[in-house]
Ligand binder design. Structure first.
Ligand code: NAD
Length: 417
């Protein structure tokens, strides 16, 4: 069950901490403690070898109060019900925080995408879509890429759903390629949003980005874009990490070149010239101004937090810091840019894609980027002001604003019947 998951307990503890400090209706909080709907499916897949393997798929809709569910779909061997349920809850706060007309949802398939051939991945994605078909729709629940999925998986979902409906329905998923009714700027959106938040934080902390050293854990969609955008602003990337290991490069590395290297090395950065292999503990203890965890949840525990040297911790990943570590980080005076705003660029531009697909009217990159900046910078500044006014941490401030808005919507709509 999802309740026993550590990550779900972490998400619940965050909700409880808000309920403790803010005067909210306990009956509404009780409703918010549970996902509205959870679907678990078995996905039989014919492998290229001829054998059949069965994967487990999850789609959890935490809330559908503000609009359709919105949230990524991840393919990972570590995916479980609790993780997906926790991430769906975070998505609810995130959508409220940046004023999007969506509720929170998340999905996952328990498989290792690096071990599946393209044809196996296609069969698994299409079968998963078919299995959850009654529970998704442009006005019900709209998926997007997350760890281990990207434009190609979204295209398969779009095609499978459209084949069942009998007409083209691009608004069923976001994160499609621009050539297939996606939006310009979606692939870069999350990493760019991380960097817009870092710019705001650096202004407050009086840190000059041109003289800043940065470490980035995770070199996928979010981490690689954030590293390139920071490098373009003059930052020195002194540490990078992915599933192949953690590496330091005190002289700095050009993330564009590292991307090219990874592209030709099965998406792994290990072996690239200039990278010195270290442990995860040594990586996070590196001298730097900015740290960007952009890989998995629960990467920074109390011990790692004690050794952090950064002044800004920008949570590109969802839930990368444990509750115990969070306390240590606050005591050290590090400015945390909490996940629910830091990586909200992805869902913001997903919203833009959904709007464009519904209208069949498409925006320029400049329009997408300026609207993204407007929403994410406004959310960051709002969270910071609210934190200052109430003497809250940035995380607590973001959670209070997100939960409060969701609770307000629920209270106004009432409880059916
Ligand atoms: P991705 O699959 O593109 O990249 C994940 C990266 O993490 C890869 O480089 C992988 O090698 C690395 N990684 C995996 N295990 C690791 C480990 N044990 N140690 C170090 N690195 C490891 O995924 P992504 O889309 O970049 O997502 C990363 C995080 O950002 C996730 O927490 C995801 O939920 C969050 N996020 C993503 C988006 C988005 O738009 N893609 C939006 C919001 C939040």
């Amino acid at each position: 069950m999802f309740e026993t998951s550590q990550f779900y307990q972490q998400a619940l503890a965050q909700l409880d901490s808000v309920a403790e400090h803010v005067d909210l209706d306990i009956n509404i909080i009780e409703r918010l403690r549970y996902p509205k709907r959870s679907v678990i499916v078995s996905i039989p897949v014919r492998m290229d070898s001829g054998e059949t393997k069965v994967f487990t798929g999850y789609r959890v809709q935490h809330s559908l109060t503000a609009g359709p569910g919105k949230g990524g779909l991840r393919f990972s061997p570590h995916v479980d019900f609790g993780e997906v349920a926790a991430l769906a809850m975070l998505m609810t706060w995130k959508c409220s925080l940046v004023s999007l007309p969506f509720g929170g949802a998340k999905g996952g398939m328990n498989c290792d995408p690096t071990k599946l051939s393209p044809r196996e991945k296609e069969r698994a994605t299409r079968r998963f879509t078919q299995e959850i078909l009654p529970f998704i729709g442009p006005q019900i629940d709209v998926m997007a890429p997350d760890m281990g999925t990207g434009e190609q998986e979204m295209a398969w979902i779009y095609d499978t759903y459209s084949m069942h409906k009998g007409h083209s329905c691009p608004q069923i998923v976001t994160g499609k390629s621009a050539a297939l009714y996606g939006t310009l700027g979606r692939r870069e959106a999350t990493g760019r949003g991380v960097v817009y938040c870092i710019e705001e934080a650096a202004r407050i902390k009086e840190i000059n980005l041109r003289e800043s050293r940065v470490i980035v854990q995770g070199f996928g969609n979010v981490g690689s874009v954030a590293a390139q955008e920071l490098h373009a602003r003059g930052c020195r990337i002194v540490g990078v990490a992915d599933a192949s290991g953690h590496f330091l490069c005190p002289q700095g590395i050009d993330p564009r070149k590292l991307c090219e290297y990874a592209e030709n090395n099965n998406r792994r950065i290990e072996g690239c010239a200039g990278l010195e292999s270290v442990t995860k503990e040594e990586f996070f203890a590196a001298d730097c101004e900015i740290a960007v965890p952009a890989a998995l949840e629960r990467q920074i525990d109390e011990k790692i937090a004690n050794n952090l040297k950064c002044r800004i911790l920008a949570e590109g990943a969802n839930g990368p810091v444990t509750i115990e570590a969070d306390k240590v980080i606050n005591d050290k005076g590090i400015m945390v840019i909490p996940d629910i705003v830091c990586n909200a660029g992805g869902v913001i531009v997903s919203y833009f894609e959904w709007v464009q697909d519904i209208q069949m009217f498409f925006w320029t990159m400049e329009e997408v980027d300026s609207r993204l900046q407007q929403l994410i910078r406004r959310a960051f500044v709002g969270i910071h002001h609210f934190a200052e006014r109430n003497n809250y941490s940035m995380r607590h401030s973001a959670l209070v604003l997100g939960v409060r808005e969701t609770a307000r919507e629920k209270a106004t709509r009432g409880l059916y019947p």
